[in-house]
Design a protein around this ligand. Structure first.
Ligand code: PMP
Length: 344
């Protein structure tokens, strides 16, 4: 029998079709069946690969982008990495304005992937000329032939998940999903996935995870922007200090808020109990699940899908670093490791 070479043409062919993995241990004593959509299995190690590929290919289809053009974006790191990866394969320049809250690992990774990175102060208002939004807008105006991805205000962000994450979860659960739990930053993941799933079955409940210090939950409840909700917090990529149009609030039934500390502990617990080495917002999503279960919203036969947005390797200098945890005051009994390092 003649054997064919089995190879992907390039790394972009591996985007999407991430596995759904049952959570067995961390959920013990919790009512319901829990499944994690582990987005770290994307080649860029996060869910943002999906939107980078979709938005860039849509721009190509519309004739907006041609080889050698520049792609600009504001990003907490993951979207930047994904855009940089797609840009390398497709031959674009990648320029990124990132928040100073992003970990050094993430910024170094973006440089490694060939991006030009501008680091902007995290705790300034969105309309401040130093904010990453304003810096990206300025660069877009200055650079000829540039495209600004603008993930917070781009409908195609929702569209990417409507066409990929939603159908994948529907098929992987054989249509038996009862609840979707997902982080909300731009809102693209939760909105697009929910839009598809609710079209299949309007009974599916969708719960967004928000951070203390973010305006999303309050806006969902009141449809009013309340600046009093805003204060600094640690989790990167979750919650927001503005209302993104990439969030379709009508698709979301409720938001729940989680703390920086409980989310960090939940991420560490996922590694120890499930062998899943995932990021800070995955910990936030897991923490949200626990709180929802404590509120009694799940029953024994429910099939709950939680989306884990990225990989743990991006947080080695943060939640997976004991000194960092201590500096934040996140060292109660729960964070003490049962195994440690022994120097011989
Ligand atoms: N987790 C991480 C690590 C992220 O970078 C983001 C994106 N900001 C999210 C969660 C939230 O996803 P979305 O923007 O689709 O709401």
């Amino acid at each position: 029998m003649k054997q064919e070479i089995q190879a992907h043409n390039n790394v972009l062919e591996l985007i999407g079709n991430t596995p759904l993995i049952k959570l067995n241990n961390i959920t013990s004593g919790m009512k319901g069946n829990y499944f994690a959509k582990v987005e770290a299995f994307n080649p860029g190690h996060s869910t943002k690969d999906r939107i980078a590929l979709h938005i860039i290919e849509e721009a190509e289809r519309k004739g907006i982008l041609s080889p050698g053009d520049t792609i600009i974006e504001t990003t907490s790191g993951n979207t930047g990495f994904s855009i940089a990866m797609v840009s390398i394969i497709k031959g674009y320049e990648c320029v990124l304005a990132v928040s100073s809250k992003s970990s050094k690992d993430k910024i170094d990774m973006l440089k490694t992937m060939g991006a030009k990175v501008y680091v902007c102060p995290a705790h300034v208002s969105a309309d401040d000329p130093r904010s990453y939004y304003e810096v990206a807008k300025r660069l877009h105006n200055e650079i000829n032939g540039s495209v600004y991805i603008n993930q917070y205000f781009n409908e195609l962000n929702i569209d990417a998940h409507y066409h990929t994450t939603g159908p994948e979860i529907w098929n992987q659960t054989a249509g038996k999903i009862t609840h979707l739990v997902a982080c909300s930053g731009t809102g693209g993941t939760i909105s697009g996935t929910a839009r598809f799933l609710k079209e299949q079955n309007p009974e599916i409940k969708v719960i967004g995870i928000d951070a203390y210090g973010s305006v999303l939950q309050k806006y969902h409840q009141t449809r009013q922007f309340d600046a009093n909700e805003i204060y600094p917090y640690r989790i990167e990529g979750l919650g927001k200090n503005l209302i993104p149009t990439a969030t379709d609030f009508d698709q979301i039934d409720a938001f729940i808020k989680v703390t920086d500390e409980s989310s960090a502990h939940a991420a560490r617990e996922l590694a120890k109990t499930e062998g899943l080495f995932v990021g800070y917002t995955s910990g936030a999503a897991m923490q949200g699940l626990k709180q929802l279960e404590e509120e009694g919203i799940f029953s024994e036969e429910d099939n709950i899908v939680v989306i884990f947005p990225d990989h743990g390797s991006r947080y080695m200098s943060k939640i997976y670093n004991d000194e960092w945890m201590e500096q934040q005051g996140f060292t109660d009994a729960k964070s003490q490791d049962t195994v440690g390092i022994e120097y011989i």
